[in-house]
Design a protein. Structure first.
Lengths: 333, 333
DNA sequence: CTGTTAGCGCATTCAC
DNA sequence: GTGAATGCGCTAACAG
């Protein structure tokens, strides 16, 4: 039942060298005579020898794997980030242990312990918010951490985001300038710092700039789901809102379809700008105008930053803001 | 720079026992006197000791991690499977190393070597097809393998799917019975066994049952993309097709929108049934009728099967077919 | 350039 | 019940 496990000793014996030499050629150490290098390489080929990464990890204290904590892989937003992460990880010879957290504090802590036990060289964390438990563990651990698409007001660890406040201000300003005096802010939980301290602040700033009053009844805090959005049309029309900035695409599609299914026209009666520019925005009719976050790039940059940290390189700035954009489609004028 | 690395020896010393005893309590070995177990547990708590999984893996030859090869995490179809896989993996105390393959044979082989080097206890493979290289590696390796949502005509390794041929036959039959005499088959590459040997066969079977001729000009083999679908409307209408069975949701949405954007009505002028019942089918207007594959469950069952294989349990049947369904929405009559 | 020798942290016999 | 000893496969000094 034992699988043909070929070790470094087998190679050493066949090549008439010591295991140290084999180790050297495997690790690209230059201190090996070309001739013997060739010989060793040949034996490695013949025996189909593959270094045992676990033993390697134990001896070198490096596993070349990073832990990635993600709320839910089947959420396109996070999955896009994950793809960027994995591509850069592969580029730098790292593997990724992917762990779903469901945004549950308890599960996050458990997952984190697990990842740390597996001796990951670094961690990438994604989520709508960062619990105190988790933040505490991060700062206690010596393992480098980077947040991707995730806000931490403390800025104790690395992070890669866009400027959410400014992006929010920008699109709300557009909505107002296009003639909407009652612009709704449709968001997920206000417990999330990103919604409360960044996007809502941007929303308020835009109103202020345009000398419009802040009206709390225009603020909708729900969950990030299609269903939640679908049921919002009644309240929105009742209150006289003529436009909305929505913080999540599925939610926005819900709002859109709720409107359409109840006889409203978009953008004639109601205008919508959403936040994530996922492919959904192109698939619905009318297509949705959206802030465009470079999701793939955010993941990629986060992973790149992490490689630098793991490599103990100098980091110029560990809080990175990537440029955002606004893609105008047919849900606005 | 060394992180406070607390080992089993530290615990042993503090608890006045040997490291063997600590190992026993950590691993739940019953041969430990309750009193000393308590003492050890207490010290573990105090020192915040966390067993090093790498050392454990080297000593026990088990890493409690499985490799998952996925074409692209940001594809909702595979991501849904991945979510099911991870949930069950977590349930059985396994972690997942996720690796994107882009369906590239070369990358797959590389990824596979990598995963094997990391000593994963098992492998789950997803993809539209299984290359000979990869299949060869699977049968040569002693590491258990399960395919999820992936066809292998050989049936040498475990697999979890739905009955693609039957599902295809079923929906095409419906389309025909609803009065469509020219039903298009819109597929990805015919190099993929799943399209060529299963779905197309189901399509042919349905035609035959209904005494309709097989017309090759109704077969469209393109790639799985929104854009590809969007441009198909001209050919479809030119040939007089009044309905289509589409093998991928993004592709189907493309077909739908292509039709609508060019003045056709769905389902009045053209009916569509798609294959994966992802959330996309609910987000477009009209909503798409779809075969429903239990994606999450397929992933979950695949992982469950793998745990059995890793545990060397008896497997009654390693080629599992899960039930499919058809969800009728508004793209059919 | 190459070989020898220690561990890395833990599971696992084998004694006691 | 518990402890001492061995080895998993490899990296990393240290000699030579």
């Amino acid at each position: 039942m034992d699988k043909q496990t070929i070790t470094i000793y087998d190679v050493a014996r066949e090549a008439n060298v010591s295991m140290a030499t084999v180790s050297r050629v495997v690790n690209g150490n230059p201190n090996v005579k070309p001739a013997t290098r060739q010989r060793v390489l040949k034996v490695i080929e013949e025996l189909d020898y593959r270094p045992n990464a676990v033993a390697r990890g134990l001896a070198s204290k490096k596993t070349t794997t990073v832990g990635v904590i993600i709320p839910d892989v089947s959420n396109i937003f996070f999955a896009s980030l994950a793809r960027g992460i994995d591509d850069v990880a592969t580029m730098y010879k790292y593997n990724i242990i992917l762990a779903n957290s469901d945004e549950s504090g308890q599960k996050e802590v458990q997952v984190l312990n697990n990842l740390l036990a597996k001796q990951v060289d670094g961690l990438i964390y994604m989520g709508h918010t960062l619990s105190d438990d988790v933040r505490a563990k991060f700062s206690r651990s010596k393992t480098p951490v980077v947040l991707a698409g995730t806000i931490d007001p403390d800025e104790q660890v690395g992070s890669v985001n866009i400027d959410y406040k400014e992006a929010s201000r920008f699109v709300v300003d557009k909505l107002v300038k296009d003639g909407n005096e009652k612009v709704a802010f449709i968001s997920g939980s206000m417990d999330y710092s990103i919604n409360r301290d960044y996007r809502l602040e941007g929303y308020k700033a835009a109103l202020k700039e345009n000398h419009l009053p802040y009206d709390e009844s225009l603020i909708f805090a729900t969950d990030y789901s299609y269903k939640a959005g679908e049921s919002l049309w009644a309240k929105l029309t009742a209150i006289g809102a003529t436009a909305a900035y929505v913080v999540d695409d599925e939610l926005a599609v819900g709002v859109l379809n709720g409107m359409l299914d109840h006889g409203m026209s978009v953008p004639e009666d109601f205008q919508i700008i959403t936040s994530n520019n996922t492919i959904l925005t192109e698939m619905v009719r009318p297509k949705l105008t959206s802030i465009s976050q470079p999701l793939y790039d955010m993941g990629a940059v986060a992973m790149r930053l992490l490689t630098k940290m793991m490599n103990k390189e100098e980091i110029e700035e560990k809080t990175i803001l990537l440029p955002y954009d606004m893609i105008e489609r047919n849900s606005t004028n």
